[in-house]
Design a protein around this ligand. Sequence first.
Ligand code: SF4
Length: 165
Amino acid sequence: MGVDREAPVLIGPIESMMRWARGHSMWPLTFGTACCAIEMMTVGSARYDTDRLGIFFRASPRQSDCMIVAGTINLKMAPRVKLLYEQIAAPKYVIAMGSCAVSGGPFADGYNVVNGVDSIIPVDVYLPGCPPRPEALIDALLLLMTRNAAGELTAAQRWAAREPA
Ligand code: SF4
């Protein structure tokens, strides 16, 4: 990307400009299923002021590019999680927040608990802890933004590449 000295316009491949923009913003879906969601809500509070980082929580999957799975997912909730994920436009990202979303956590032996949300949807970042601190979630969001800026494939794109056409 560069500046044309004759005409003061910014020129560059549209792809690199979009990567730059995506590398400076992340709009997670406001969605939680259990106690980890309290930590996620804290991230959205004035104390952390994530607006300064380009992180804005949205109430609709159609305005989001990131899903934070914050909490235990049971079998009854799993189809709703998948539906919300599918309503987010690509490219989209998923953070499995807390040991419940990563692997079922303390409820892994329960008859109705999904042992890891990656059995339903592709996961980009696994965030361990019970619960992870708000700073850890902010770090995960910043990691995703760094990967965007570098043009790395999303977990969804890697899943799609593995599936037969
Ligand atoms: S990982 Fe811990 S804090 Fe998070 S939803 Fe599960 S039990 Fe609650």
